[in-house]
Write a protein that binds this ligand. Structure first.
Ligand code: NAD
Length: 386
């Protein structure tokens, strides 16, 4: 590989390794099959707690470097998400370079599946932006290391009911911190995006007596929530200006930014959308300065990961829902740690994730049997007692 900027083959290789070393990625696999048009990168960030699990994103990246940067960032995020949520999973992610509208074929996903199988379980794949249940069913034809397949095939199916419960519990934990009690009764909640998670979440909110205001770029998508849960609809561009207790981003990332934060008139931000802060440092600080309590998105939306993780043990929705309820305590602990250590909620979440990784890493230093000598020792004992 030559690099126009750096010049030589050697320097390119060195810069790749320094990228991996920067955030301590364990392994990166470049997968290529010209005949089926597959170009994919799988990143295994950390397997201290268990196999690396994370979705396969299909996206028309402008360059290979952009794809690599994304997969390195996303896989690291998965390590923290699993660790802080108490799951015994590592962090991994894959990106498939291509257009999800036009480039999907059975052969492409089955080829990708064979590369995943080749990793022998170090990485478990799932759906993500640009990939869906059908794609994962193709992947499953070639590997058992895939989750997020349909209920009909014994998988966990749609994760949004579990994600919604986790968000609801996280919201209650944030209320406990802010108002001294966790009731959502009579709280005014602004829900941005009337999709899958929002639908189930609005059910929980209404049952507890919250007043729900929902927005979507397509008014008809909000209709079901308005009719079934008596929510009020507002057009998408108005949601930031309404005075309320809680703002719940349930649509897109990057919506907490220089333009929107000054408009917000809420006490709490708690919602499932990924990467809500346009800039993690600057915009979380802006929220703190405005006195708004931010619950880290990668923690409050961990129900999705909890759901697919459950599939690995034979899917049971009740067990997944019960684990998602635990997000209440996780958020409480993060907010308590943030206060105690003078950290932002995001920093506290990362601190707790790193602390768990270090503690469990320590445990694994203790020899717990199952050595390669086990068979021979057994044989010696048998001989000794014969
Ligand atoms: P979805 O696609 O079902 O719903 C998103 C909705 O947002 C759509 O109705 C869309 O029209 C609307 N929307 C898009 N742009 C908008 C805007 N500017 N203003 C208002 N509405 C807008 O998605 P979902 O599965 O409900 O997930 C919601 C968010 O939570 C996403 O960011 C997703 O990545 C994240 N998330 C989801 C899960 C899950 O279990 N589904 C798990 C973790 C994280």
């Amino acid at each position: 590989m030559t690099n126009a900027v750096l010049g030589t083959e050697e320097t390119t290789a060195l810069s790749l390794f320094s990228e991996l070393e920067k955030y301590e990625h364990e392994q990166v696999i470049f997968c290529s099959d010209k005949k089926v048009g597959l170009r994919a990168i799988i990143a295994v960030h950390n397997t201290m707690l268990g196999p690396a699990l994370g979705g396969a994103r299909m996206w028309p990246y402008a360059s290979d470097l952009e794809a690599l940067t994304d997969v390195l960032r996303l896989s690291r995020g998965m390590t923290y998400k699993a660790a802080v949520s108490g799951l015994n999973l590592g962090g991994g992610k894959a990106v498939i370079i291509g257009n999800s509208q036009t480039d999907k074929t059975e052969a492409l996903f089955r080829t990708y599946g064979r590369f995943v199988e080749g990793l022998g379980g170090r990485y478990i794949t799932a759906e993500d932006v640009g990939t869906d249940v059908r794609d994962m069913e193709w992947v499953r034809m070639e590997t058992k290391y895939v989750t997020g397949i349909s209920r009909a095939l014994g998988g966990s199916g749609d994760p949004s009911p579990v994600t919604a419960l986790g968000v609801y519990m996280g919201m209650k934990a944030a209320c406990a911190e802010r108002y001294g009690n966790d009731s959502l009764n009579k709280k005014k909640v602004l829900v941005q995006g009337a999709g899958h998670v929002a639908y189930h979440l609005c059910g929980y909110l209404r049952r507890e007596g919250a007043k729900v205001i929902v927005s979507d770029i397509f008014e008809e998508k909000a209709r079901r929530i308005v009719i079934e849960y008596g929510a009020e609809y507002v057009p998408a561009d108005q949601i930031y200006d309404i005075e309320a207790n809680i703002f719940c981003p349930a649509a897109l990332g990057g919506i907490l930014n220089d333009d929107t934060i000054p408009r917000l008139k809420v006490d709490i931000i708690a919602g499932p959308a990924n990467n809500q802060l346009k800039d993690e440092t600057i915009h979380e600080q802006m929220l703190i300065e405005r006195g708004i309590l931010y619950t880290p998105d990668f923690v409050i939306n961990a129900g999705g990961l909890i759901n697919v993780a459950n599939e690995l043990e034979g899917y049971n929705q009740e067990r997944a829902l019960s684990q998602a309820r635990g997000i209440y305590d996780v958020i409480k602990n993060i907010l308590k740690t943030a206060k105690k250590m003078n950290l932002t909620p995001n920093q506290a979440a990362i601190h707790l994730a790193e602390e768990r990784l270090a503690k469990i890493g320590q445990i694994k230093q203790i020899y717990a049997g199952k050595s390669q000598y086990a068979g021979r020792l057994g044989e010696m004992n048998t001989r000794a007692t014969a």
